[in-house]
Design a protein around this ligand. Structure first.
Ligand code: GDP
Ligand code: ZN
Length: 326
C-alpha cells in the first residue's frame, strides 16, 4: 500500500495511507541494511501491514521530488533530510530582532530545495512605530532579493489570510524559523484551532519546549498542508551551490561580468563583484556573507567527497543503493 509520512513519532514514521488510515511504521530490515535512506515527513512510501503486527513496515521510499537538507548536526559527513516533497518554504524571521546571518543561511537552504520561497516577518505588532516597520521591510527586502516577503501578526487576520493563500489545496509548505518566532501560533491560526502547543503552553507544562511536535504535516481547512519544523537549530549547509546562486542572485548576476568564469571573487583580476563593492553598489557585508557561506558549502562538499572515497575503498555499501525487496 502506498502512503505519505505525516510525522515522525519518536523516530517511527506515521504514515497516512490512501484510504485515510494512519499507521505507525518501522523500516524494513533490507531498507536500513543496504542503504541509509530513512523515511521523513512528506515521503511517499510503500507499506506492508502484516497481520498480527502492530506496526506497518516501510518497504520502499519513493524517489523524492525535493528535500530540505542540512548537514547532520553531529560530526558525521551526512545529510539530514528534514522534509521531502513540498512546494513551498516559509522562512520566518521576527520583525523585531532580525538576524541577517540567520536569514541569509535559511534562504540558501530554502532555495536549494528548489521549492518556492516566501519570507514571513512575524510578530509585526511588536514594532514600535511605522518607521521601525518600514526599516525592517527595507532591510529584509534587500536580503531576500526578489523573494516575496509577507508581514505577519497573530493580531492581524488579514496577514494570516495572505499566508494561507500561498498554500492552495494539494500543496505542502514547510515552516522554518527559530524557536519563539511564532510558528506554532501561525499554524494554529491557519488551522483555526489549537493543534499545536505554543510557547506559553509549552513553557507551562514543565516538560520544556519542543517536546510536543515533530515535524507534523497539518492540514489547513480548505487549503494545503503545513509542516512546522520546531527546534531546527543550527542549519549547517549541505549541498548549497544552487541555493547560494538564488539567495545571492545579486552577486550571481554581477559575477557574470568577472573576467574568469570560475572567479572566486577573492584576488582575481577583473573581478566585477569586488569592483561593485569598490563602486558602492554592493555592500561589503553582503559579499562577506556570501563568501562565508560559500566556503562552508565548499568545505562540506570536500569532506563529503573524501568520505565517499573512503567508503568505496573499504567496500562499505553505497549510500543511495536501491533497496532490495523484502
Ligand atoms: P514557535 O516557537 O515558533 O512555535 O513560537 P510560538 O508560536 O510558540 O510563539 C512564541 C511566543 O510568541 C508565544 O508566547 C506567542 O504567544 C507569541 N506570539 C506568536 N505570534 C505572535 C504575534 O504575532 N505577535 C505577538 N506579539 N506575539 C506572538
Ligand atoms: Zn569575481
Amino acid at each position: 500500500m502506498q502512503g505519505v509520512v505525516i510525522k515522525l513519532d519518536r523516530g517511527f514514521p506515521l504514515v497516512r495511507l490512501g484510504d485515510g488510515r494512519e499507521i505507525r511504521c518501522e523500516h524494513a530490515t533490507s531498507l536500513v541494511k543496504y542503504a541509509t535512506v530513512r523515511a521523513t515527513t512528506g515521503d511517499v512510501v510503500e507499506v506492508d501491514a502484516p497481520d498480527g503486527h502492530d506496526k506497518g513496515i516501510i518497504i520502499q521510499v519513493h524517489p523524492r521530488r525535493n528535500a530540505f537538507m542540512r548537514k547532520d548536526p553531529t560530526e558525521r559527513v551526512e545529510a539530514q533530510v528534514l522534509a521531502a516533497n513540498f512546494d513551498l518554504v516559509f522562512v520566518a524571521e521576527p520583525l523585531v530582532g532580525i538576524n541577517i546571518r540567520r536569514l541569509e543561511r535559511a534562504l540558501v537552504l530554502a532555495h536549494e530545495s528548489q521549492a518556492q520561497v516566501v519570507v514571513l516577518l512575524t510578530k509585526a505588532d511588536l514594532a514600535q512605530d511605522e518607521e521601525q516597520l518600514r526599516m525592517a521591510k527595507d532591510l529584509v527586502g534587500r536580503i531576500a532579493q526578489g523573494t516575496r516577503v509577507i508581514v505577519v501578526s497573530a493580531q492581524d487576520p488579514q496577514s494570516v489570510e495572505q499566508v494561507r493563500s500561498c498554500v492552495p489545496q494539494g500543496k505542502v509548505a514547510i515552516l522554518l524559523g527559530k524557536s519563539g518566532v511564532g510558528k506554532s501560533s501561525l499554524v494554529n491560526l491557519l488551522v483555526g484551532s489549537q493543534v499545536q502547543a505554543t510557547g506559553a503552553v509549552r513553557e507551562g507544562d514543565g516538560r520544556g519546549r519542543h517536546t510536543t511536535v515533530s515535524r507534523e504535516m497539518v492540514q489547513i481547512p480548505g487549503a494545503g498542508c503545513v509542516v512546522d519544523m520546531p527546534g531546527v537549530r543550527g542549519l549547517a549547509l549541505w549541498d548549497a551551490a544552487e541555493g547560494l546562486g538564488s539567495a545571492f542572485s545579486d552577486i550571481d548576476q554581477l559575477a557574470e561580468a568577472c573576467r574568469f568564469a570560475d572567479c572566486r571573487h577573492e584576488a582575481e583580476p577583473g573581478c566585477a563583484v569586488r569592483q561593485a563593492v569598490v563602486d558602492g553598489t554592493l555592500a561589503q557585508e553582503r559579499l562577506d556573507s556570501f563568501l562565508r557561506l560559500r566556503d562552508e558549502a565548499d568545505h562540506v562538499r570536500q569532506r563529503n567527497v573524501e568520505a565517499q572515497r573512503i567508503k568505496s575503498r573499504t567496500g562499505h555499501p553505497r549510500r543511495w543503493a536501491k533497496p532490495s525487496r523484502r
